[in-house]
Design a protein around this ligand. Structure first.
Ligand code: RP5
Length: 167
């Protein structure tokens, strides 16, 4: 699966397999909702290592500003990509059926000093998308306003639920 928005993508969402897409789709959805140009592509550390290297090395030059990388099991993709680009990389541990994602989490989160991956929770692709938006929002006041609006909407939702509890 490959997805690319019309204008130059700012966020690259990559995943080790198309079987990761049901999880990673939440990151893609967030980027769509915030109107952030993005692309989504399967790039495997183990099955397409050459493509992974090319993707990581060319990402900044192509205009990408953040990479969201999801993988499951022996989840080497986010760390390997982070070792070949200075763009911020957000890692999403994708849960597989056997170890519930603990293997994915530990594979992604324990990076050696010097090569950071901002790891979200197991299956936390939604937060990965929001974090990517926040990174871009740091230098984009208009996007930051939309992020503030989103947070205000969450607070409102909680209060609506409280009102329903009190009714
Ligand atoms: C990882 O292996 C992928 O990220 C995926 O989570 C896992 C299993 O891949 P498939 O065998 O379903 O293609 O590299």
């Amino acid at each position: 699966m490959t997805e690319r928005t019309a204008s130059t993508p700012l966020v690259g969402v990559i995943m080790g397999s198309d079987s990761d897409y049901p999880v990673m789709a939440e990151a893609v959805q967030v980027l769509r909702d915030f109107g952030i140009p993005h692309e989504a592509e399967v790039v495997s550390a183990h099955r397409t290592p050459g493509k992974m290297m090319e993707y990581a090395r060319e990402a900044a030059g192509r205009g990408l500003r953040v990479i969201v990388a999801g993988a499951g099991g022996a989840a080497h993709l986010p760390g390997m990509v982070a070792s070949m680009t200075s763009l911020p990389v957000i890692g999403v541990p994708v849960p597989l059926s056997r170890l519930d994602g603990l293997d994915s989490l530990l594979s992604i989160v324990q990076m050696p000093g010097g090569i950071p991956v901002a790891t979200v929770s197991i299956g936390g692709a939604k937060n990965a998308g929001i974090l990517a938006a926040r990174i871009l929002g740091a230098s984009d006041p208009e996007l930051r306003e939309r992020l503030d609006g989103y947070a205000a909407g969450l607070a409102e939702m909680v209060e609506e639920k409280n009102a329903a509890l009190r009714a």
